[in-house]
Write a protein that binds this ligand. Structure first.
Ligand code: UD2
Ligand code: MN
Length: 579
């Protein structure tokens, strides 16, 4: 038995070495893989590079060689197995300077092999489910990656991870859309480099800055695969990531399916797995947000953590969709610019127009989440983001767009452009209402499906309004002079009796003193008694239902007191109140 063990160890050792050589082969020589062949490194080792005549100008060749000379292909080098890399403090200044280029630690990325190893993060259930998929029966996939000024090593690491970890016969092609970058490495050297990869890669260099939405459409328009799969340009896919996504789309072409998006640290490039009980939602700002999957959805899945999560929204960057279905439901809104908003737009549209959205917990893709965007927003960052979000609100949110405009008053000042073609699309597809979406798909949403008011809550005597003062939880709820533009003074009284501003609720809090203060707390899906209030329109009282006491303004904070009809500090106007 001892010898057997040693034999096995030696066998693995040699296998591993040949894998390393293969990966080196990919550096500079042209390899082609036929459909049906796998791109596994060991299979590639058997392949002979083809020495075709290339007519490459020497300058490009030299530029590529220079780039590759500075590129690590050492699978066992720093960062292998998904580990992070720490930069020596002596290089701190240089590291910080390089960080600015992409808003992630480029120096760390450049030290890590572009084909580094990653652990197989899947549960055993996921593994066996995926192993039982017959890949030959699945349709082919066009992977579409758009980028503006992406770094060389992150882009390559994404490409290698796809090539090594995807069944070759599923991969129709990889389409790269260069959204008018101005970095030399993304031009001719990249063109030449991708020709040498063992799967077909097409590059389109867009003649003007188009934004990620129109860039993705440039990709989908030329895609030959039956399924489209969009990815950001700074990702790494993990073992077994592809078949589960494609299987779900294949079984039902109206499903749009995303992987779990793991975190590649922007600081060390460590691969950190994300929770498998997280789904996508959104808040009043129309920001995409991650939330814990509610009990309702866990039980629908019979508590099977390998089973897909029906999610209200997707983050937007990584998802698979049937190409025909993507076109049937109106691709993207071409009126959106640069970045932002398209993720909620496609999420609302898919659900409201007869499709569904899923997160597949057996598919994991790492993504470098950044704290800031590194690139320019032609037209101004806020303006672009408000423009895109306003288009989503105008087309899809019906009366609920009020929540967005109350919270983000600046968005009202921005020209949303012509939304009539999108409204027409909604009409043609006979999509359901936003209320239907909130009631049936996302009852946990911070935007309440049924509400009695939306707008400011003001005390006429003092001209003070309920105000979160930008605080979230644990603090006394404040008031400040009414300014009439919403934002921190935007509140909604919901049918259930919550008084909420986005995700923050007011709550009756009885501390050690005899008085009861009103505090800010995170809203819960089912409100507890401390969160339940009612409005007496005649007396203008806001009453904490359980105690029967009234909210009064006292020295710039809110308190609960015995209700008195003549106390002007207990008198409230609730904007847009409708019982
Ligand atoms: C998230 C999504 C992203 C997109 C965005 C909202 C994930 C992991 N990422 O932001 O895909 O849905 O939310 O719009 O879900 N790019 C261009 N042209 C531009 C701007 C960006 O090609 O004008 C590229 C960029 O290089 C990148 C991709 O679009 O490859 C997404 O941009 P990002 O990585 O800055 O967005 P992210 O991850 O913050
Ligand atoms: Mn990204």
């Amino acid at each position: 038995l001892g010898w057997l063990v040693i034999d096995v160890i030696i066998l693995f050792y040699t296998l591993d070495n040949s894998a390393i050589q293969t990966r080196n082969v990919l550096r500079g020589e042209r390899l082609t893989l036929e459909k049906g062949e796998t791109a596994h490194p060991l299979a590639l080792a058997e392949k002979q590079p083809q020495h075709q005549e290339e007519h490459v100008d020497p300058e490009t060749e030299e530029a590529l060689n220079n780039l590759l000379a500075g590129t690590s292909f050492d699978v066992n080098g720093p960062g292998s197995n998904g580990e992070g890399v720490n930069i020596d403090p002596s290089k701190d200044a240089e590291m910080k300077e390089m960080f600015k280029q992409n808003q992630f630690n480029l120096m760390a990325s450049n030290l890590i092999s572009v084909n580094r190893t990653l652990p197989d993060y899947r549960s055993s259930k996921c593994k066996s489910n995926t192993d039982s998929i017959n890949v030959k029966e699945l349709p082919s996939v066009s992977i579409i990656i758009v980028f503006h000024n992406e770094a060389w090593t992150t882009l390559l690491r994404g490409l290698y991870s796809i090539i090594y970890r995807s069944p070759r016969n599923l991969l129709e092609e990889i389409i790269l859309i260069d959204d008018y970058s101005d970095r030399a490495h993304l031009k001719k050297p990249l063109d030449l480099f991708v020709q040498r990869l063992p799967v077909p890669v097409h590059i389109v260099h867009l003649p003007e800055r188009s934004g990620l939405i129109r860039a993705r459409l440039a990709g989908s328009d030329i895609a030959k695969g039956k399924v489209l799969l969009f990815l950001d340009a700074h990702i790494e896919v993990t073992e077994g990531w592809l078949p589960p996504l494609i299987t779900r789309v294949h079984e039902d072409r109206k499903r749009v399916v995303a992987p779990i998006i793991d975190v590649i640290s922007d600081d060390t490039f460590e691969y950190v797995t994300a929770s498998d009980t997280t789904w996508g939602g959104f808040n009043w700002h129309l920001n995409f947000r991650w939330y814990t999957v509610p009990e309702r959805e866990m039980s629908r899945r019979n508590y099977d953590r390998a089973s897909p999560i029906r999610t209200p929204t997707i983050a937007g960057g990584l998802f698979a969709v049937d190409k025909q279905f993507f076109y049937d439901i109106g691709t993207y809104d071409k009126g959106m610019q640069v970045w932002g908003g398209e993720n909620l737009e496609i999420s609302f549209r898919v659900w409201m127009c007869g499709g569904s959205l899923e997160i597949h917990p057996c598919s994991r893709v790492g993504h470098v989440f950044r704290k800031q965007t590194p690139y320019t927003f032609p037209g101004g960052t806020a303006k672009v983001i408000h423009h895109n979000a306003a288009r989503t609100a105008e087309v899809w949110m019906d009366e609920y767009k009020q929540f967005f405009y109350s919270m983000v008053p600046a968005a009202k000042q921005v020209d949303a452009g012509d939304v009539s073609p999108r409204l027409k699309l909604r009409e043609t597809l006979q999509c359901k209402t936003f209320r239907w979406y909130l009631e049936n798909i996302y009852p946990e949403a911070p935007v309440p499906a049924t509400y009695l008011s939306i707008g400011e809550i003001s005390n006429p005597a003092t001209k003070l309004c309920f105000d979160t003062m930008g605080k979230k939880t644990g603090e006394s709820a404040g008031v400040s002079p009414c300014h009439g533009i919403g934002g921190n003074q935007a509140w909604s009284l919901t049918k259930e009796g919550q008084i909420r501003s986005d995700e923050t609720c007011i709550s009756a809090f009885r501390g050690f003193s005899t008085s009861t203060t009103i505090r800010l707390e995170k809203c819960t899906v089912t409100p507890s008694e401390k969160h339940i209030f009612s409005y007496d329109e005649e007396k203008k009282h806001i009453i904490h239902v359980q105690s029967g006491k009234c909210i009064a303004v006292k020295a710039n904070v809110l308190e609960l007191e015995d209700c008195e009809p003549l106390n002007s500090q207990m008198s409230w106007n609730v904007a847009n109140y409708q019982a």
